[in-house]
Design a protein around this ligand. Structure first.
Ligand code: APR
Length: 244
């Protein structure tokens, strides 16, 4: 298998999706036995679902929290943390995942564009920052209220809501000369467009996963395989030449 070379002046932008956590035991969304086979998006992951049935939404995300707590980072998460350690601020990780397996593997320069399972925020968007919250709620009465009176909702970007920190993501993509995309089907926007933005800027684009994503034609290299199997040892980092 050919390695992915990172030159001394390259800047790497990484986008990860549910596939990177699959080998940690967390189901992806669109596989035959994935989360969206057992639940309807409209019932658990939209602003309308939250207004209609907040208990059902919390039941879904409480189950996700319980599964997330049991999972451990796999070799793919660790390979990205090691890549960051080698590249420092020439590395940036944007994940669509709401689990915390990247952090637990040691990644620090990362952003969760679809929110975080381990946080909640006020449903009224009252301006208070999201709070850390790992609770598993058995009923709606257990869900705390914000000081403003609003109910806490999961800090998750529902379908139809804007992903978080798009300005920062755009500026990191503009700086990147290499984009690595790992374990995402390329079916949810705007994340599925990132590879096109990177290509417009002239970046090399590499996809890692067991099957071609929907936007496969936009990649300059495809590394076929399960992320946890193919990522350890995949990256060859050229040493930076010290300035005279
Ligand atoms: N290693 C790498 N990739 C894998 C692995 C693995 N071991 N196992 C599965 N995959 C790939 C699948 O081939 C698929 O392309 O992971 C991808 C998972 O795709 P989806 O289930 O569509 O998940 P994702 O692309 O992350 O979904 C995007 O959709 O439902 C929303 O907000 C949710 O962030 C999510 C977004």
């Amino acid at each position: 298998m050919s390695r992915v070379e990172i030159g001394a002046h390259d800047r790497v932008f990484v986008l990860t999706g549910a596939g990177i956590s699959a080998e940690s035991g967390l189901p992806t969304f669109r596989a035959e036995d994935g989360l969206w086979a057992g639940y309807r998006v409209e019932d658990v992951c939209t602003p309308e679902a939250w207004r209609r049935d907040p208990a059902g939404v919390w039941a879904f995300y409480s189950a996700r929290r319980a599964a997330g707590m049991k999972a451990e980072p796999n070799p793919a998460h660790i390979a990205l943390a090691e890549l960051e350690a080698g590249l420092g601020d020439r590395f940036f990780l944007c994940t669509q995942n709401v689990d915390d397996l990247h952090e637990r593997a040691g990644s620090t320069r990362l952003l969760h564009m679809h929110g975080e399972l381990g946080k909640s925020r006020c449903e009224r968007e009252c301006g208070r920052a999201p709070v850390e919250d790992h609770a598993i709620y058995a009923s709606l009465d257990q869900v705390p209220r914000c000081p403003c009176g609003g109910r806490l909702r999961p800090h998750i970007v529902f379908f139809g809501e804007m992903p978080l920190e798009m300005g920062r993501i755009q500026s990191e993509i503009d700086k990147a000369t290499v984009m690595l995309v790992v374990g995402t089907s390329g079916s949810v926007y705007p994340a599925a467009s990132f590879v096109h933005w990177a290509r417009q800027n002239g970046a090399r684009t590499v996809y890692i996963g067991p099957e071609a994503p929907l936007n496969a034609s936009a990649f300059t290299q495809i590394v076929e395989g399960k992320a946890g199997q193919v990522m350890p040892g995949l990256f060859q980092i050229e040493a930076a030449i010290p300035a005279l």
